[in-house]
Design a protein around this ligand. Sequence first.
Ligand SMILES: [Zn+2]
Length: 205
Amino acid sequence: MNEIDNINTVPDAILKLIQEFSKLPGIGKKTAQRLTYHLVRTNLEDALSLSESIMTVKNNIILCSECSNITQIDPCNICNNPIRDKTRICIVEEALDVLALERTGIFNGLYHVLHGVISPVNGVGPDDINIKKLIERIDSGNFSEIILAMNPNLEGEATSMYINQLLTGKNIDITRPARGIPIGSDIEYADEVTLGQAITGRQKF
Ligand SMILES: [Zn+2]
């Protein structure tokens, strides 16, 4: 029998922590058990440091009021940076994509984080992600290029097409990264060279 199922011998506190770890992305039941039992053995100082770090993130991290990237100050360090090109916005699905693109050191413009993609199958429509604020931002600014850097899959494509439609007639170049990122893979996981080349060689949408 699996440890987690044998509820008679496992203390409630342990079961609860296993449950909490299991909710995290990429953490299966086995890994949740391993992490929990590791924490039981770990010293109090390290365990406290972990729980404090979680609370610090929850209490101090906010979304940038301009680009919706995660940040500790508002506007974020990217929106606030005077040497960034304020005429270009790269639209991405998740904050982790900003991290991936920043690692390439190629793109010097601004970002807009959608926090999701349009996915009718999962019941996610255009109003459920950060599109309205994007259009308001574009309408109130002076932008020359919008880069649609969604992941190369069906939902990313649907989201790009939807945003492209909203932007037609606004006299802004709409581009997308070159087809260097393999179909079905995530920007977040693309290596820096591939992603850098995809951004450099971006094409008209
Ligand atoms: Zn920002």
